[in-house]
Design a protein around this ligand. Sequence first.
Ligand SMILES: [Zn+2]
Length: 337
Amino acid sequence: MDNPPTDTPPPLKRNSNDVGWEYGVLCDARSLDKVKCKLCGKEFSGGVFRMKEHIAHLKGNVSACPVSSKEDQEKCKKAVLEGKNKKNLKRKHEEALRAEVNISKDSGTEELERELGALKTPYSQGPIDQYVSSINPEASLAAQTRQQSIHDAISKEKTHVVRQYCSRWLYHTSIPFNAIDNDSFRLFCEALGQFGPGWVPPSQYQLREPLLIEEQQRTKEKLKILEEEWEREGCSLMTDAWSDMKRRSIMNLCVNSRGGTCFLSSKDTSKDSHTGEFIFNYIDQCIEDIGADKIVQVVTDNATNNVAAAKMLKQKRPRIFWTGCAAPTVDLMLEGI
Ligand SMILES: [Zn+2]
């Protein structure tokens, strides 16, 4: 579901130490592309980089600012040059890093690969041959077995080296180990393998903006199928509260239907007292958002405040059932034994 709209729009002045923002502001706070010169009032696309070119009289992409002083021009020219140098250094650093990677050398399988090459019948190499080793069908049985065992040994050693790279990344960035028990991660590994060498990872900006927006859109498309099902067959609303690792009290709402369970919303309720009325208001608002006619039942645990909320729900919406969740009920029964 959409996040509730915020009352205050993001500021036009950027919270950044880039020199360009001393001379310009954003035309629209939601886009970093369109900027307006504070000196001459000219508006143009290209963000803060283009603003510095405008002030510095660096021609080619944008007209020169008629108002900027010699001092302003020098300041922005220096910033553009420094930016370019920084970019070049970063590119060189990345190239050097990539050149360091040689999994044949790291795994010590170069010798085996040479032997495997000698066992194979010479034939013209295509682009895919650098990634695979075929078993020569015309070789003798002994040679075929030898080829297979060399192939397996190389594969095992190289797999180990790639795993070392993967684990180092996880350790250096403190990513929880369970992040790899995830289909998305496996799909990513497969896609990367199919791409081959030279893949360029996304920048932080790409992750934060365009890729995130695309993923949100993709999720919304998937949810549409579930929403149609809620309309057709009805759904259950489920809510629970717990404390996270930072001891914040979190309350969430999920919707369940035949197609599966989907997360609807959550909120930090550390500062609120979890009275029956508070829980009722949270649930009732969600019922309103989804559409009361689509909801068959509301499922919560049997805590006193939830039971109080259930009573209020029954009064306002007598058509919707309230059901105590079976899992905590069984848990309480077993605790009593
Ligand atoms: Zn200007």
